[in-house]
Design a protein around this ligand. Structure first.
Ligand SMILES: Nc1ncnc2c1ncn2[C@@H]1O[C@H](COP(=O)(O)OP(=O)(O)OP(=O)(O)O)[C@@H](O)[C@H]1O
Length: 272
């Protein structure tokens, strides 16, 4: 579903992605972990066509993102769930979900916000999936933060994408609400066979919800394994990476891990 090879992206002299190799299959829930600045959002934005990589291979479904492609074409494949959900507060919940259809609606109908009956039915089904069908006609601003994020998920599902990219979708939520939001996301994507890549800062949630966990450090993938394999040594590799070109004694290989491999080091005293 997602195919990435030797992907590189720099901002000026800042080499943010330094040769990422990654494949994500349909129905797989991949959680991406890493320190702030590791390059997680940049990688998601490349997958969503918002950032243009410098070089490498990046395909989502049958779209080659290294070549010219239309936003509408990409919207049929990729949906995004944002940390701050990016909903329009004064619109109804259903209208916000329907905006997920705009990329696939004829241009004039989009401008006039005319939707087919099939789109209205789909919006209802997507809201039902996140347990909010009864809120369809309420103004979105009246919802709680967790409910708004569930509307954000429903909007992403309404795009009928092959891939959902979620950038810290539960960062502003309390633990109980965060878990329920991730559960809705995981259930919906499993049942629909959608591939998910989800950036998180919470290791516990990564273990609980990820089928697979990917760790980024300084623009390189330094871990790729199951939740069970994410032990203290792996966490050390992800979160205590030495600055590039300045390897610490005994941890030299982390600044240049072999492609698509991860490096075990001694667990830090006290763990994370
Ligand atoms: N538009 C931009 N212009 C210049 N530099 C950028 C831009 N976007 C990101 N960067 C830089 O790229 C690096 C990686 O940023 P990125 O947001 O991808 O990290 P991250 O792992 O998602 O961090 P966080 O967990 O804090 O969101 C950082 O050094 C950041 O300053």
């Amino acid at each position: 579903m997602i195919h990435i090879r030797n992907l590189r992206k720099s901002y000026g002299r800042n080499a943010v992605l330094q040769g990422i190799d990654m494949d994500v299959r349909a129905g797989e829930f991949v959680v991406m972990l890493g320190l702030s600045g590791a390059g997680k959002s940049t990688l998601l934005r490349c997958m969503n066509g918002l950032n243009q990589p410098d070089s490498g291979t990046l395909r989502v479904g049958d779209i080659d993102l290294m070549r010219k492609h239309s936003r509408r074409e990409l919207a049929r494949h990729v949906a995004m769930v944002f940390q701050h959900h990016n909903l329009v507060p004064r619109l109804s919940v259903r209208k916000n979900v329907l905006t997920g259809r705009l990329g696939q609606t004829a241009a004039l109908a989009s401008v006039l916000q005319l939707f087919r009956q099939s789109d209205l039915t789909l919006a209802g089904q997507c809201l039902d999936r996140v347990g909010l069908a009864h809120k369809a006609h309420e103004r979105t601003e009246a919802l709680s933060g967790g409910q708004m994020q569930r509307v954000g998920i429903a909007r992403a599902l309404a795009q009928q994408p092959q891939v959902i990219l979620a950038d810290e979708p539960v960062a502003s939520l309390d633990p109980q609400t965060a878990r329920s939001v991730l559960q809705y996301l995981r259930d919906a994507t499993r049942e629909l066979g959608i591939a998910v890549v989800c950036n998180l800062h919470q290791v516990d949630y990564a273990r609980e919800f990820g089928d697979r966990i990917v760790g980024l450090a300084q623009g390189r993938m330094v871990f790729d394994g199951t939740p069970a394999e994410l032990d203290a040594a792996a966490l050390d590799t992800i979160y205590h990476a030495a600055p590039q070109n300045e390897p610490e004694a005994g941890r030299g290989s982390i600044s240049a891990p072999p492609a698509n491999a991860w490096v075990r080091t001694a667990a830090p005293a006290g763990g994370l």
